[in-house]
Design a protein around this ligand. Structure first.
Ligand code: ZN
Length: 498
């Protein structure tokens, strides 16, 4: 089976170049001095070009075809899965004409700068022509990638294989129907929860030490990972045994702590993929939605639970004796679960978060199809904020200009955040069904059972199964909104005495 082995070796080279690119990107976002940007942009462009060239050369195509032709692997085998993945990756990489790839890189690089400027000026009109250009590029991208029903499906499939608008529309409609009344009920009871306790002056060193210990307990392997600071927290990796997470500190306790738990969830996924998949097409998380289910599960279902804090609150209190003097577990639990409509997505709580996503999903679809004119987008944004969350942004920076995604050309990306939220609850409930002792173990600061379940049912498989199949295997059903909606209603119904 020499074509198969030669193909694997070649794809490992592509992978290694991509890892080098990821390292340059990580460094840019953590330690690079600002003046390094010019040279760094060149280095990154060269590495991506080399990786893309190697991936799409006719020799790769030849090896792939030969390996497919000669394959006598069982359909369920890792090798067959590897070939299917290699084919999908290759087709995706070669479908886009080089000129379009280059145009996308050039326009989005400029658009990001213009977006940042428009945001600082709080003026959407400064970004409007760039959004027009990006929509045009995205339409051509969708046409090149191909689709059955609508262009949006082609864009979405880049981030969440197999997901389509026809599947998403009813998911989001149900989510909206369940969540909007809950948000309004919570808003009417806003006085019930006070989170002032989170906003006292917590020093950075103690926050860092506390979070690092929590992450160690949860199972994050510090001998194969590290945490640094960046403006926007993220997780990246240069192989399964070098996982980098970042965080940011402010004087409050919540941002770095929950941000760290979130990125750790992504990191645990990468650290626990089967070693045999390292540097093959099956290495790495399978989709953005599944990845986000891991970060959300650790951040919210574990990190914002009463069991978790019944173990950690006394420790937090001894780390911050001044700030938490006279406070108790119940008050802290309620504070970290305060829900209140706010204009900014990244600061949104569990209840309101998905409405921010649905709003973006609806608007980017209408823009892509030309049903909404770019000039009218801010008004449409603000009207939806009013409908779903009962608030109106004070300006475009607090509204339509807050996220970087569109300037990067990443249409179809936002829905994966909500898919992750929905899936996190399904996975959690299945884990508890299989191992009902999990909450009691968490209350002792013991996460082995939970991490073991996730490793067994999600992590180890890497990209072996398409997301839809992985979800079916892990939870025994397809993606379902009901468990998530019930979880929100029960948790926040109790906190807000609804
Ligand atoms: Zn995330």
């Amino acid at each position: 089976m020499s074509a198969f082995n030669d193909l694997k070796k070649r794809l490992a080279d592509v992978h290694n170049l991509e890892m080098a690119g990821a390292l340059l990107d990580w460094d840019q976002q953590t330690y690079m001095p600002r003046g390094g940007i010019g040279a760094r942009a060149e280095s990154r462009a060269t590495i991506s070009k080399l990786a893309h060239d190697l991936h799409t050369q006719s020799e790769t195509a030849r090896l792939l075809e030969r390996a497919e032709r000669e394959s006598d692997f069982a359909p369920e085998s890792d090798q067959s899965a590897m070939l299917r993945r290699a084919r999908r990756d290759f087709d995706k990489a070669t479908k886009l004409p080089a000129a379009l790839v280059e145009e996308t890189a050039r326009v989005t690089a400029l658009a990001q700068v213009e977006w940042a400027h428009a945001r600082s000026e709080k003026d959407f009109q400064l970004f409007a022509t760039w959004l027009e250009k990006i929509l045009d590029i995205q339409r051509r991208t969708a046409d090149a990638l191909g689709f059955e029903d609508c262009r949006y499906d082609a864009l979405l499939d880049q981030y969440e294989e197999g997901m389509t608008r026809a599947r998403l529309d009813p998911i989001f409609e149900e989510l909206k129907r369940e969540t909007v009344p809950l948000v309004h009920a919570i808003s009417a009871n806003d006085g019930k929860v006070d989170d002032a306790i989170l906003h006292r002056d917590y020093d950075e060193i103690s926050q860092k030490t506390f979070a690092e210990n929590v992450l160690r307990d949860c199972g994050f392997d510090w001998s194969r990972g590290r945490q640094d600071k960046s403006v926007h927290p993220f997780c990246t990796n240069f192989g399964q045994s070098d996982v980098r997470i970042t965080t940011r500190y402010d004087s409050g306790i919540a941002s770095a702590l929950f941000g760290s738990l979130h990125e750790m969830g992504h990191g645990l996924y990468e650290q626990n993929i089967a070693p045999k998949f390292e540097s093959t097409p099956l290495g790495g998380g399978v989709s953005l939605g599944v990845h986000e289910s891991q970060s959300r599960l650790w951040e919210n279902l574990v990190g914002r639970s009463r069991e978790f804090w019944s173990h950690y609150f006394p420790q937090l209190q001894s780390a911050f004796p001044e700030q938490l003097k006279g406070e108790n577990l119940d008050g802290f639990y309620r504070a970290i679960n305060r829900a209140a409509p706010s204009p900014i997505r990244v600061e949104a709580d569990e209840v309101t978060y998905n409405l921010h996503i649905i709003l973006r999903y609806e608007i980017e679809n209408e823009l892509l199809e030309g049903r909404l004119a770019v000039a009218d987008a801010p008004a449409s944004w603000n009207a939806r904020m009013q409908d779903y969350l009962g608030i109106e942004p004070t300006d475009d920076a607090q509204g339509i200009l807050q996220d970087v995604h569109w300037s990067l050309g990443a249409l179809g990306y936002f829905p994966t955040y909500s898919l992750g939220n929905i899936l996190s609850v399904q996975l959690w409930e299945k884990a508890l069904e299989d191992a009902p002792e999990i909450p009691a173990a968490i209350a002792r600061g013991d996460f082995h059972l939970l991490l073991g379940w996730l490793r067994e049912n999600v992590h180890q498989h890497g990209r072996k199964y398409p997301p839809v199949e992985l979800i079916q295997r892990a939870t025994g059903s397809e993606l379902r909104v009901a468990p998530y909606a019930d979880y929100l209603k029960s948790k926040f119904g109790a906190i807000y005495e609804l």
